[in-house]
Design a protein around this ligand. Structure first.
Ligand SMILES: N[C@@H](CCC(=O)NCCCC(=O)O)C(=O)O
Length: 257
């Protein structure tokens, strides 16, 4: 059987203030290739480039990656605000449609950070634009230097920052064989209200939703707020997630054959 093909969503960026490009973090590609056993192929997070139906006729799974841009709040009936920019309405359109289509067609879907947020909004949920402003919440954004610059050392940026209590008997607790894990944290938005089919599978100490599963999805349809792609080659938690995603890809191939 051929290697499963995994679509990994790109993000629009402007290089040298001239070239419009689609970019994806290499760690997402490596996690799919090295741990899930798939062939990662990036696709444009832009609806006038990516035909959703054609994409899903071509791939065996989808990864919705993290991204700096926030999901546009009009997607959950909230007015936009300059201080919560940047937004990426083109990626929103592709990612939200893909979330629904993958679940409907039984195609494995793995949402990471922004990807979890997109899955939640696609299924009718809402987001808070800056969860650290909610009383009692931690700052989940990436660690910065005293001068506000991003810390230069990725081992600091992606260091585990908080615990996640997994729902006993849930998909994550069952897959991971435990009810508490510790994860990294690089996000400002967070789930405010889960969507109708969004099951909460894990929460941080401050109540921030960190893991979800789409109810009644015929296959892997999991989202994590942390960056599982950072170290699945050596982190047993993230390894199990990408391995389970890989197993779902193979199962999908068998049913689609
Ligand atoms: N923009 C959303 C999602 C955060 C996310 O995906 N972070 C990964 C990229 C981090 C970076 O490049 O700054 C949010 O802020 O919650």
């Amino acid at each position: 059987m051929r290697k499963p093909v995994v679509g990994v969503i790109g993000n629009s960026h402007r290089v040298e203030n001239r070239f419009q490009v689609q970019m994806v973090g290499e760690r997402n590609l490596r996690a799919v290739a090295e741990v899930s056993g798939g062939l990662p192929v990036m696709f444009a997070g832009s609806p006038d480039i990516t035909d959703i139906a054609a994409l899903l006729d071509t791939v065996d799974g989808i990864v919705l990656t993290g991204a700096r841009a926030n999901v546009h709040p009009t997607r959950f009936n909230v007015d936009p605000c300059e201080k919560h920019e940047p937004y990426d309405i083109h990626r929103d359109e592709v990612a939200l449609a893909l979330s629904l289509a993958c679940v409907a067609r039984g195609i494995p879907l793995f949402g990471i950070c922004r990807g979890l947020q997109e899955m939640n909004v696609a299924f009718g949920g809402s987001l808070h634009p800056e969860i650290r402003e909610i009383p009692g919440r931690m700052n989940h954004r990436m660690p910065r230097l005293e001068n506000g610059e991003i810390h230069p050392d990725p081992t600091v940026v992606f260091a585990d920052r908080h615990d996640v209590a997994l729902t006993p008997g849930g998909a994550f607790a069952t897959l991971l064989g435990c009810e508490k894990i510790r994860v990294n944290s690089l996000h400002g938005q967070g789930i405010l209200d889960p969507g109708k089919r969004v099951l909460i599978e894990g929460v941080a100490e401050d109540g921030t939703i960190e893991a979800i599963r789409i109810a009644e999805a015929p296959t892997f349809a999991l989202g994590v707020q942390w960056h599982a792609e950072y170290d699945p080659q050596r982190n047993p938690i993230n390894r199990k997630l990408f391995e389970a995603f890989g197993e779902a890809l193979v199962a999908r191939q068998r049913t689609a054959a």
